[in-house]
Design a protein around this ligand. Structure first.
Ligand code: GRF
Length: 205
């Protein structure tokens, strides 16, 4: 008997371009289906894009809570309500505390716009350019209590061009994020932990 599809909750904070690719990838013989798109920002653009695609949405506004613990308690309550098998952070811009992460460890993924372990944290593209790196990219990893530090499940690379700005590099990396995250999620949902390693797409120098 084929197993029931894995239930995936996607957490966003903004436009949700990665969420859209994940949601659209979970169709047909894919081993997972989206069960919720949750934003910590009311009115985030990704919420409307989720509704357009028939996915349930929720908002847990971090500013409506006195501290991280209260915010995460509200987050946990909403997630418990949909009982996801997998939580995918996709442009989710809140740092989660170790106790919260430990409850989801092994079932929570994140996409980070650098080739981890390089450039944990913010401003990854500007830092790669400032360092004179020849290559940049993005990484999907399991979320662990240490920020941007969990086991790597996939990476996608792009060349850094001499005339790149943080914005032009970010756009090139984002296009790779949109390819990488669905590929990793599909393997992860199928229990396949082999690394996904995407070279730069053909035709970009
Ligand atoms: C982008 O900067 C992306 O690199 C990172 O989160 C930000 C927003 O992504 N993963 P999205 O369009 O909301 O998915």
């Amino acid at each position: 008997m084929s197993e029931r599809p894995k239930r995936v909750a996607v957490l966003i904070s903004g436009g949700g371009s990665n969420m859209v690719r994940l949601v659209e990838s979970m169709a047909g013989d894919h081993p997972a289906r989206p069960c919720l798109v949750l934003s910590n920002v009311p009115g985030a653009g990704g919420l409307a894009r989720a509704v357009e695609r028939g996915v349930a949405t929720a908002v847990v506004d971090h500013r409506a809570h006195p501290d991280r613990t209260a915010f995460e308690a509200a987050l946990q309550e909403v997630l418990d309500g949909v009982a996801p098998d997998i939580v995918a952070l996709a442009g989710f811009m809140r740092i989660l505390t170790p106790p919260f992460v430990r409850r989801w460890q092994g079932r929570m993924l994140n996409i980070h716009p650098s080739l981890l372990p390089k450039y944990r944290g913010l401003d990854t593209h500007a830092r790669a350019i400032a360092a004179g790196d020849a290559e940049a990219g993005c990484t999907v990893h399991e979320v662990t209590p240490e920020l941007d530090d969990g086991p790597v499940l996939g990476r996608a690379r792009v060349p850094v061009r001499a005339d790149d700005t943080a914005e032009t590099l970010a756009a090139r990396v984002l296009a790779q994020e949109h390819r990488l995250y669905p590929a990793v999620l599909r393997r992860f949902a199928a229990g396949d932990r082999r690394l996904v390693d995407l070279p730069p797409p053909a035709g970009i120098a």
